[in-house]
Write a protein that binds this ligand. Structure first.
Ligand code: PYC
Length: 314
């Protein structure tokens, strides 16, 4: 039984390369002390209706990523953040962190320069540039498995890498396949089948699938389609997915330390990525992802006790 009954929750909406972030400023449940990871677990176990109220229809939509701001447990962090989506909770979220930084700037809580933010999978550093661009020094990223072959019903054999970039990804080997908006339904179904095959083959942790094709703009290196855990596709190039990609490129010797990778999303937005080695032998990198977010709204969510759908349509 929970006694937390929100009446008002203050939010700021933004998008990063087309992918929305809904930052919750206050009105969340009391999660006590502890690390962000511990409080994320508590939110999930005891207050999941908070997530569904913020993200699900009729207030939200399946594509939203929520970012609940909470006090950090790490002394030099300006905030802690819990990321969540239409089906559960995320580790890190690259586009979401860029959204959080731009939101804090919009509110006058930070100025250009560097800050640190505690997430459930570690502390990330963020730099807000004078031009509004945000660079995220993401959590250490690495490839776990190279060339994992999976037999996907209705598709056949697919080869890809399993890698960590703050979330777990299966990165399908790049092909000449066109990644275009008129293919979204096909790509979604394809990625969903691939995810099930990868999970069944002993990688249940993989909940993001990344498919690569040629970039549309000649200055970019690649275009991706990223399917998120709740079967929604990422409108941005995906910060954690780009980090996982950088880890694979680094280990394959295809991108030098410090060189730039321009990752284009299916809607054409771009993240710039670079990396430095943390442990070359173990294949662990420190990715740096740069993008831009735009604030789209400031809202007070209201919870009428008589509203049968106040916790969202399940
Ligand atoms: O940018 O890391 C990201 C992300 C994860 C899920 C949606 N976006």
């Amino acid at each position: 039984m929970h006694f937390y009954q929100p009446e008002r929750i203050q939010i700021v909406d933004s998008h990063t390369g087309g992918e929305p972030t809904r930052v919750v400023l206050d009105g969340g449940p009391d999660l006590g002390g502890g690390t962000v990871a511990e409080r994320q677990y508590l939110l999930q176990q005891q207050f999941d209706f908070f997530r569904t109220a913020v993200i699900h229809e009729p207030r939200g939509s399946a594509v939203l990523v929520g970012a609940l701001l909470i006090p950090a447990s790490v002394p030099d962090c300006v905030t802690g953040v819990i990321f969540f989506n239409n089906v559960g909770y995320l580790g890190m979220c690259g586009h979401g962190t860029i959204g959080v930084v731009s939101t804090l700037h919009h509110l006058g809580r930070i100025h250009s320069g560097s800050i640190r933010i505690e997430t459930s999978v570690g502390v990330v550093a963020a730099h807000l540039g004078e031009d509004g661009s945000v660079s995220i020094a993401n959590v250490p990223s690495y490839r776990k498995v190279k060339d994992l072959e999976v037999d996907v019903p209705g598709i056949g054999n697919v080869i890809g890498d399993v890698a960590w970039g703050g979330n777990w990804f299966y990165l399908v080997r790049p092909s000449e396949q066109s990644i275009s908006q008129d293919q979204i339904e096909t790509l979604t179904n394809r990625a969903w089948s691939i995810r099930q095959a990868v999970n069944n083959q002993g990688y249940p942790e993989v909940d993001h699938i990344e498919i690569f094709g040629p970039a549309a703009a000649s200055e970019n290196d690649s275009r991706n389609f990223v399917l998120c855990p709740g079967k929604e596709y990422d409108r941005s190039p995906c910060g954690t997915g780009t980090s996982a990609k950088l880890a694979c490129l680094a280990q394959d010797g295809k991108l030098a330390e410090g060189a730039e990778w321009l990752q284009e999303s299916i809607v054409g937005s771009v993240f710039r990525g670079t990396y430095t080695w943390l442990d070359r032998e173990a294949g662990v990198i420190a990715p740096l992802i740069t993008g831009k977010a735009y604030v789209t709204g400031e809202t007070l969510l209201l919870f009428d006790p008589n509203d049968p759908y106040r916790w969202g349509i399940k």
